[in-house]
Design a binder for this molecule. Structure first.
Ligand code: HEC
Ligand code: HEC
Length: 141
């Protein structure tokens, strides 16, 4: 991350040692890890409010241009896990993406070239900048 941000011409405070402080509870459900971790990291349910997960689970066959459909049985189990562990609304409504949530755009107000860097490519590539993303660690800066 340091290299990335320096290259973008931004300044950041010195990198503190990772305290192992879980900002977002990591995914502990094997089914969710398997079905929702194939194409991107397994996003933690706490990153979106329950209503956002509900809407996403309603149309998995049309998932950001991909077909992420699962059986009805698996879908119900995944939906239950995501909504039970969802984040709060934070007055941000029900964003369709984590990267469109208000807290996200606020924390990630970077110049456009940062997002186009080959190691980043897309905003949803959290692990490109947050080494501990899969473990729910995002306070590494
Ligand atoms: C077949 C591949 C595939 C599978 C399987 C899949 N996804 Fe995705 N997902 C995508 C793609 C492609 C995007 C869009 C990524 C982007 O635009 O950067 C995406 C985006 C997302 C986003 C929004 C990321 C952002 O930009 O904030 C969330 C949340 C998400 N997926 C959750 C899930 C969940 C939950 C599951 C399991 C039920 C799942 N995905 C399974 C392909 C998949
Ligand atoms: C291009 C690099 C980059 C990407 C990609 C990125 N982040 Fe970040 N993120 C940062 C930086 C840098 C900060 C610190 C911003 C600040 O301190 O003002 C940050 C801050 C955060 C914070 C706040 C941490 C705190 O201590 O308050 C969270 C939560 C977060 N990111 C989650 C995510 C998630 C989830 C994703 C993927 C959906 C993501 N980030 C993608 C660079 C990135």
């Amino acid at each position: 991350m340091r290299t990335l941000i320096f290259a973008a011409g931004l300044t950041i405070a010195a990198l503190p040692a990772l305290a192992g402080d879980h900002r977002v509870a990591p995914v502990r459900d094997a089914l969710v890890q398997k079905e929702c971790g194939q194409c991107h990291m397994t996003f933690q349910p706490g990153l979106l409010p329950a209503a956002s997960w509900e809407r996403m689970m309603d149309k998995l066959a049309d998932h950001y241009g991909d077909n992420a459909a699962v059986s009805a049985e698996k879908g119900a189990a995944i939906r239950a896990y995501l909504t039970a562990n969802a984040g709060r609304d934070r007055r941000g409504g029900t964003p369709s993406r984590i990267t469109e949530a208000r807290w996200f755009t606020h924390e990630h107000d970077f110049p456009a070239p940062v997002w186009k860097r080959p190691e980043v490519v897309t905003k949803s590539n959290c692990p490109a900048c947050h080494q501990g993303a899969e473990q729910g660690l995002y306070d590494d800066d």
